[in-house]
Design a protein around this ligand. Sequence first.
Ligand code: C5P
Length: 218
Amino acid sequence: MPLRCLITAGPTREFFDPVRFISNPSSGKMGYALAVAALEAGCVVDLVSGPVALSAPAGAILHPVVTGAEMLAQVEALFSGCDILIKTAAVCDFRPKHYSSGKVKKEAVPLSVEFEPVPDILKIMAARKRTGQTVVGFAAETDDIENYARRKLVEKKLDLIVANRVGRDGGLNAFGADVNRVILLGRDGGRRELGPAGKLEIARGLVAAILEWHAARA
Ligand code: C5P
């Protein structure tokens, strides 16, 4: 039976009125490239995607979502049936505490907005992991990427984590770029660098390494 791979991609949006939201510049390119690579490797692919300007790879089962709550509900519905979860999505970590169902008038916009945390989908799923499942997270950081990634690997109880650099201050920026460079870390201490290379090439390398891990340990 083919392995079932659940991949999340793109940003999420958190609204404070029907026409205004906070989000991040994730393009979805890395997650969509992973979907292509997993399909090439013979997996069945469920792609839970935030709003992006990409079309779903042929053969992937697309589940479009907008908010973190929608992504959580969709991932919860699909998780028990998947063998491998790859959480590439740049989930918007905070959401406005108050939502106005009518458009807030310009003159009435508050000078500060209160935020509350969005549930950590990856951490919730990793805690529900059963034998035979592999959970892979991503860590987008502006600095000290490997240390932060290693901390997340432990804190969120992941099998593997992919560390990549983001930010606007020069250097390689994973958000929106076509090229990426990543470090794959395993909970067993494994470490592999991939790239700089196109996102599809990186994705193929990651999928091969994830499948290898899954076959050996899940
Ligand atoms: O803690 P941080 O947001 O940096 O962790 C990134 C990883 O956690 C990514 O794999 C992302 O998809 C996941 N995540 C999540 N739910 C959140 C925040 C992050 O699943 N609310």
